[in-house]
Design a protein around this ligand. Sequence first.
Ligand SMILES: [Zn+2]
Length: 298
Amino acid sequence: MKLRFWGVRGSYPVPGKDTVKYGGNTSCTEIELDNGRRIVLDAGTGLIQLGKTLSQRKESFNGTILLSHYHWDHIQGLPFLLQIFDPKSSIKLRGYYGENANPKNAMLEQIRNIYCPFEYKDLLASFDYEPVTEGRTEVEGIQTDVIFMNHPGGSVSYKFHINGKKYIYVTDNDITFPEFDYKVEAFKTQDSTEKEFISNGIQKVIDFVRDADLLIHDSMYYRGEANVRVGYGHSCFEDTVSLALEANVKKLVLFHHDPDHNDEEVANILELSRAKVRDSGKQMECVAAQEGLEIELG
Ligand SMILES: [Zn+2]
């Protein structure tokens, strides 16, 4: 079982010479299962290259795409996944159900004629939609915990239990360590019952990521940048590292790089993060997500 990064950026794609090393595509991470199926975490532009790669291998897409939320950088690859026109592909899209926000809408809205040359009725793959909400669910046969994080419009994180290990994906989350000033937002579940989420504070997040074998976490900013982008719903790497150390994480992957950061700056953030780990006296591996980076799971 392999985890592979196809897109590691936040906000918008940044192709060009300054992002060659870490990559310029927006968020998309794949878990390739041993049975040939796959779980894809978010559908940013990285998903397009995943689809092309499968197409070159003459493979269909069979699996689940889990959306953390519906901001542009997490859904914009969907209309360009080649397998949406492959009748042999079966794509399950899952995400939270909020007001006007759900996984089907994430696809439908983007391919309205005003934005796109084809329509939903033109798609040939079979689609299936299923909500996620806080608690335990099963994704492709894997026990998965879901939690809401701190992000404008909401964001959900996923914890996969595989062979006794915990692999956790937390993108678009504002830690605001040590204060953890959580916003409370209302959303509607599929049955339209109002529910409040988040607001449980830092302890809930620490508990969720505790003893993770792998934690992929938003680490978009330097502290100074985070201070002037209050309310954007992202974390500075200093807080991400603090959270991971506090929670006894074994391996941390810095993720959702700021599009304003070139390769040199991402590398610098990685170095500073590693220095912070060293200063703590703890043993935690720390890497920066990079297009093409593969991590063996299980
Ligand atoms: Zn994002």
